[in-house]
Ligand binder design. Structure first.
Ligand code: GTP
Ligand code: MG
Length: 196
């Protein structure tokens, strides 16, 4: 599969804003600043399609993009950033748990982006548990694999594989493009399944 076109569709904050569920949606979750928006930008090869910034907490809605005029990518607000104002954090957390768990939100694959340099965090485990309880199909994407010690990165990936046997884990770097081919190959199996 190739990504030929991508365009921003809409930001969603509640049920009434959701796009029609006929189109397959791949949604990206992850801690604030883990690189969700950068992962999407690297995937679609467009440097600021999904807004990415070094200021955590910038994405506050679930942002939908239409790819190849056929399927959706959704970028979500980051969780676990303690330095935001409390009300802002609570608002994001509430919105995110609705989006991750609600049956009316159609998600064919939930990509949970984790930080390869530091490994799984409790806030990642909480999100995975909400997604899992909602019966979502989950893939772990270990981003920032270009950073830190190679040994630590391999250990964190093995730990994630051991903790969640059966979940695919892909080593990724938005910066170097490592893992882009693997992610794209996996996404092809989801978006090109007849009837999906
Ligand atoms: N070295 C390195 N830096 C990265 C990588 N991916 C993202 N970053 C950096 O990490 C910071 C956060 O990236 P974003 O893509 O904005 O992160 P986000 O998860 O979308 O953040 P929120 O929207 O706030 O939740 C930026 O400074 C990126 O340049 C990567 O693979 N390697
Ligand atoms: Mg973002």
């Amino acid at each position: 599969m190739e990504i030929k076109t991508t365009r921003f569709l809409k930001g969603v904050t509640g049920t009434e804003g959701l796009p029609k569920p006929e189109r397959t949606t791949i949604a990206f979750f992850g801690r604030s600043n883990v690189g969700k928006s950068s992962v999407i930008n690297a995937l679609v090869r467009h440097k600021d399609m999904a807004r990415s910034s070094s200021r955590p907490g910038r994405t506050t809605e679930a942002n939908y993009f239409l790819v190849n005029e056929s399927w959706h990518l959704a970028d979500t607000p980051g969780y676990g950033y303690a330095r935001l104002a409390r009300t802002q954090m609570e608002k994001i957390a509430k919105h995110l748990s609705w989006f991750a768990g609600a049956p009316e939100v159609a998600i064919a694959l939930a990509v949970v982006v984790i930080d390869a340099e530091i490994g799984l965090q409790d806030s990642d485990r909480e999100t995975i548990s909400v997604l899992h309880d909602a019966g979502r199909n989950i893939l772990l994407l270990a981003n920032k694999a270009d950073k830190g010690r190679r040994n630590d990165i391999s250990n964190h990936i093995h730990e994630a594989e051991r903790e969640y046997p059966g979940f695919p884990v892909i080593r990724y770097s938005s910066k170097t493009g490592e893992g882009r081919g693997d992610l794209l190959a996996f996404l092809s199996t989801i978006v090109e399944t007849p009837g999906a």
